[in-house]
Design a protein around this ligand. Structure first.
Ligand SMILES: Nc1ncnc2c1ncn2[C@@H]1O[C@H](COP(=O)(O)OP(=O)(O)OP(=O)(O)O)[C@@H](O)[C@H]1O
Ligand SMILES: [Mg+2]
Length: 1010
């Protein structure tokens, strides 16, 4: 039972039909055909409807889907049956065969090719060269056989005009090791004559249309099929064949198979000879018969490597043995000559075909096979044979073909029933007798010795004298009058569908067929004058000689009459049936949906007819009469366990069989089933259908459930993974942090003892998470480092350091020179080294001031140049203390000229240059503008930085008020008695010391050049 196919495509197995009626069968077949489902099962039999269009169901994916699977696991397909046959062969070392039957154009040959392709595709996975080459020859042989054995007919553009049975041999590995082809009853009459609308065999057109110019010239042929009697009827017929391309394909296939160049050439020489033979004409002058135009004969003798005189002789005379061992030559009549020529042409073609098949066989036969070494050699046979034929005019060929189908039907019934019976026995289930039509009676009608039609025909052929077809019919009428399946007009005079002395009718299992008796005897005799056989045997061409071994007998040696065509055919079919009977059969029953080769038309009447004569309904009935369905317990359970609470998801019973019983009882089917040793047998499809429906209803819920569980599992897995990721990330981060710490600790372990307290130690790059922390630690270290530095500064230097820090901050890098690198002496006027001449006087004056409690300590003192209120500049001593700023007159023992309380000052301005100008701003806008002067200590000392540092430090630290410092790049702005003034700095050559000079809006400080 196929999965993956909904009921909208009909029932995939006819066994599941509600009722086995022709209507339901056809309805299902049509529905499936309309929906593009060309295959349907009857149990293990595949019914195939020719789609007449390319179907996308033979690709690699499809092959993969079917490989090694059970029949019901996939929708019905040829591949499933091929796989079943292959599996049976491989697993159980059983010989199997696939019998493909159906009428002309039903798709047998295509099916056989797909089967072979499938087998080729699934075997030899290790690509062993010798196996590949066997597969290649097997596949390529189709192309050659089709060229020589197929023709365009009114029913099929590529109709096989012979029956084919191919054995493929496999080794114990299941790889093909060789094969053998049997061919049956080639329709050789086609060589000399075709029905209207039909063609000769493809090979002739391929040669004439596709052969190279040189080749055709060498063969004395024209590139035109219309030029030859045997091919001209088929010239105008449109077909889907491309003769030219096919010719190339055949040539390459012949090469691949292993035909030598000489052999290929001989093949085409024979074809050419046949074409030329067809054009040989005779004329009679009343006495003797002559050949018209000997050119063709000469060409024939050249092509067949024979003596031209012998060719002429065999065309015009026949050698006859008289009584006493004498031999005479008897001239033909014109009619006999024509008959002989055509018979020769047909025989040439038939033997050519037979030889090609045997040559292929010699290539693919299993060589060096040793059963001890190689294990059992198993076989899959593929039979592609003509189906039952009922034409307007049914002749000897139809008689043979229909007889063959009777034989195969017999085999079919016997094997199917036998198989069923065998299975029931194996499984220990009681077997019920099934009534079916046994066509043995019809087979007997044809083949029974002495009484059968073939016997009667043979007898007529053997009888000396003028036995005609009519005499033969009479004889049949007499001998078979009582036979229920035989009739003729004489036996049923009222039946006007037959004529007296012309027709007889057989009631075949597939329907009544009326045969036209004319020509039966000739075709059965299949007379070919011995002279032709000898002629060919004596050819210098070894290939030709090989084809005609019977030509070696001299005329007097030929004593026995050759077997008739019917007997030969019968023997070959009996042998075929014997061959098939010992194999496990698989069936493909092909149905042709319409006569128009249309992919959409389903002709009910035609299909009904085919279903009837293929015995498909019977097949369904046989299949259902016993048990419609059987399955091993484990598989049954697997498929239906979800429909029953006791078995889902797993049963707890003693065995699968008990579990299956639980399902069966759950549904109340106990009376509809039988329990075999390994399988459950279900009698009616309805039960199975119920189970299938239950299953179909439960499956979506299960799917949802499985999806739910699976999604949950997926989510849990994802979650676990995320957790793991975070754990790993956490560990890694911790590790990174720790290793950073360790590294910091390692690097900074000894900073206390380092001279620079670790200032030169390089910090390790911190992980991203620690960047903030890193900044903080760097800062901390800096602070600590600064503390260590500051801690070591002696108290005497504290003020100086504070002042420097204050200056650094206040000038904020805008003034380059600010005297940071020198020692700040602060009280320069009191410094003996700086002012050696005046220091003692200043010290005295300053002490006096201090004693008067005017101040506690000196912030700064030094000489300066100062602008007074009359805009004149004078030298003054400047003393800045913690309370006052004093302007002192150095020339009068540092008499205080002016004393300004320190809180009067609000800030100061300096320039960014090297000059020593300072503007001290006051709240009353009466600022002090001065230029500091250096003493002896160092002529180029900068004292601006020191003054700035001392003032800013004092104001911010001691007084706790801001003391803004402005560093000006150009003019310094200040106020004098409330008025805004600007002072710029200019260098002036020749200026000895810096001095102020009045300008338009204030002053210019003139400074010396260097
Ligand atoms: N499975 C298929 N897919 C596509 N086309 C197919 C298929 N089967 C058959 N046909 C078409 O139908 C044509 C006839 O098929 P095929 O030659 O196999 O018939 P046949 O049964 O062998 O007839 P005959 O008895 O005359 O040899 C093919 O040439 C092809 O065009
Ligand atoms: Mg065919």
């Amino acid at each position: 039972m196929a999965e993956l196919e909904g009921l909208e495509f009909g029932k995939s197995d006819f066994v599941l039909l509600d009722e086995v009626t022709m209507e339901q069968f056809l309805e299902n077949l049509k529905l499936r055909f309309d929906k593009g489902r060309i295959y349907t099962y009857i149990g293990e039999v595949v019914v195939s409807v020719n789609p007449y269009r390319q179907m996308d169901i033979y690709g690699k994916e499809t092959i993969d889907a079917y490989r090694g699977r059970e029949l019901y696991e996939n929708p019905p397909h040829l591949y499933a049956v091929s796989d079943a046959a292959y599996k049976a062969m491989k697993r159980r070392a059983k010989d199997t065969c696939i019998v493909i039957s159906g009428e002309s154009g039903a798709g047998k040959t295509e099916a056989s090719k797909y089967i072979m392709q499938y087998i080729a595709a699934i075997t030899n996975p290790s690509q062993r060269v010798e196996v590949e080459s066997v597969k290649n020859v097997l596949l390529k042989s189709n192309c050659v056989l089709e060229a020589f054995g197929n023709a365009k007919t009114n029913r099929n553009d590529n109709s096989s005009r012979f029956g084919k049975y191919m054995d493929i041999n496999f080794n114990f590995n299941g790889d093909p090791t060789g094969g053998h082809i049997n061919n049956y009853l080639l329709e050789k009459s086609r060589v000399v004559q075709q029905q209207e609308g039909e063609r000769n065999f493809h090979s002739f057109y391929q040669l004439l249309r596709g052969g190279s110019d040189e080749m055709l010239e060498a063969f004395h042929l024209q590139k035109d099929p219309a030029a030859y009697t045997y091919t001209k009827a088929g010239v105008a017929i449109a077909t889907s064949n491309n003769d030219r391309a096919s010719h190339r394909a055949v040539l390459s296939a012949l090469e691949v198979i292993g035909f030598s160049e000489e052999e290929i050439s001989s093949i085409y020489q024979i074809l050419a000879s046949i074409l030329l033979l067809g054009d040989v004409q005779f004329e009679s002058d009343g006495e003797s018969v002559q050949i018209l135009g000997l050119e063709a004969v000469n060409h024939i003798s050249e092509l067949t490597d024979t003596d031209p005189d012998c060719v002429i002789k065999s065309l015009l005379y026949r050698t006859v043995a008289t009584g006493g061992g004498e031999v005479i030559e008897k001239g033909h009549t014109e009619q006999q000559a024509c008959f002989g020529r055509d018979a020769f042409a047909k025989a040439l073609y038939e033997r050519l075909f037979g030889w090609i098949v045997s040559r292929i066989n010699s290539v693919i036969e299993v060589k060096d096979y040793n059963p001890v070494l190689h294990g059992k050699n198993t076989v899959i046979g593929v039979l592609d044979i003509y189906g039952f034929e009922i034409f307007e005019n049914n002749s000897f060929e139809q008689f043979c073909i229909n007889y063959c189908n009777e034989k195969l039907q017999q085999l079919f019934i016997e094997l199917i029933l036998r198989q069923e019976q065998g299975e029931y026995q194996r499984e220990g289930v009681t077997w019920q007798h099934i009534d079916y039509f046994n066509n043995q009676i019809i087979v007997d009608l044809v083949e029974q010795p002495h009484k059968g039609i073939i016997s009667i025909l043979d007898e007529a052929c053997l009888t000396v004298g003028n036995v005609t077809d009519k005499v033969c019919l009479d004889s049949m009428d007499t001998k078979l009058a009582q036979h229920p399946h035989y009739t003729s007009r004489k036996l049923s005079p009222t039946d006007k569908t037959m004529d007296f002395q012309k027709h007889f009718r057989i009631r075949h299992y597939a329907g009544d067929v009326t045969y036209f008796v004319e020509g039966f005897l000739d075709k059965n005799k299949d007379l070919l004058f011995q002279d032709f056989k000898r002629l060919m045997y004596n050819s210098a061409n070894p290939v030709l000689k090989e084809m005609w071994p019977d030509g070696q007998l001299g005329i007097t040696e030929v004593t026995k009459r050759p077997l008739t065509a019917a007997t030969l055919f019968k023997n070959s079919i009996v042998a075929l049936v014997d061959k098939l009977a010992c194999k496990e059969p698989y069936y493909v029953r092909c149905v042709k949906p319409n006569e128009m080769k249309s992919p959409v038309l389903f002709d009910d009447a035609r299909c009904q007819h085919q279903v009837a004569y293929l015995g498909l309904l019977e097949n369904v009935m046989v299949r259902r009469a016993g048990f419609a369905h059987r399955q091993p317990y484990d598989r049954f359970l697997q498929r239906y366990k979800m429909t029953c609470e006791y078995t889902w998801p797993n049963h707890l019973m003693a065995s699968d069989r008990h579990a299956v019983e639980a399902i069966v009882n759950h549904y109340g089917f106990q009376d509809d089933v039988a329990y075999g040793h390994t399988k459950l047998f279900v009698r009616t499809p309805r039960s199975l259908f119920t189970l299938e429906q239950e299953r179909a209803a439960v499956v979506p819920i299960l799917v949802l459930f499985l999806q739910k569980v699976w999604r949950g599992a997926l989510a849990r897995m994802r979650c676990q993974r995320m957790r793991a990721i975070y754990t790993i990330m956490g560990c890694y981060k911790r590790y990174k942090v720790k290793s950073h710490f360790w590294e910091v600790v390692r690097r900074f372990a000894n900073v206390r003892t380092m001279a620079d307290y670790g200032k030169s130690v390089e910090w390790p790059t911190p992980p991203a998470t620690l960047s903030q922390f890193h900044n903080n630690t760097v800062l901390l270290h800096r602070r600590w480092w600064a503390r260590q530095i500051v801690k070591n500064i002696p108290p005497s230097d504290t003020l100086e350091v504070r002042a420097k820090v204050a200056a650094l901050t206040a000038l904020s890098g805008e003034r380059k020179q600010w005297g940071v690198s020198r020692a700040w002496e602060r009280d320069y006027l009191a410094n003996v080294r700086d002012c050696p001449a005046t220091s003692s006087g200043f010290v005295r004056a300053s002490k006096e001031l201090r004693n008067k409690n005017e101040f506690s300590w000196v912030l700064f003192s030094g000489f300066c140049r100062k602008v007074n209120r009359f805009n004149r500049s004078t030298d003054r001593g400047l003393l800045v203390t913690d309370k006052f700023l004093y302007k002192l007159e150095p020339k009068k023992q540092y008499k205080v000229l002016k004393r300004l309380p320190l809180e009067a000052f609000t800030g100061l301005s300096v320039t960014s240059g090297a000059d020593q100008m300072v503007a001290l701003h006051t709240a009353s806008q009466d600022d002090v503008l001065l230029c500091l002067q250096r003493g002896e200590l160092c002529p180029n000392q900068d004292r601006v930085g020191e003054l700035v540092g001392a003032l800013v430090d004092h104001f911010t630290r001691v007084r706790n008020v801001q003391f803004p410092v402005k560093v000006c790049r150009s003019a310094v702005e200040f106020h004098m008695r409330g008025k805004p003034k600007r002072v710029t700095v200019e260098t002036k050559p020749g200026q000895a010391i810096a001095d102020f000079k009045k300008s338009r809006d204030g002053f210019i400080l003139l400074v010396p050049c260097n």
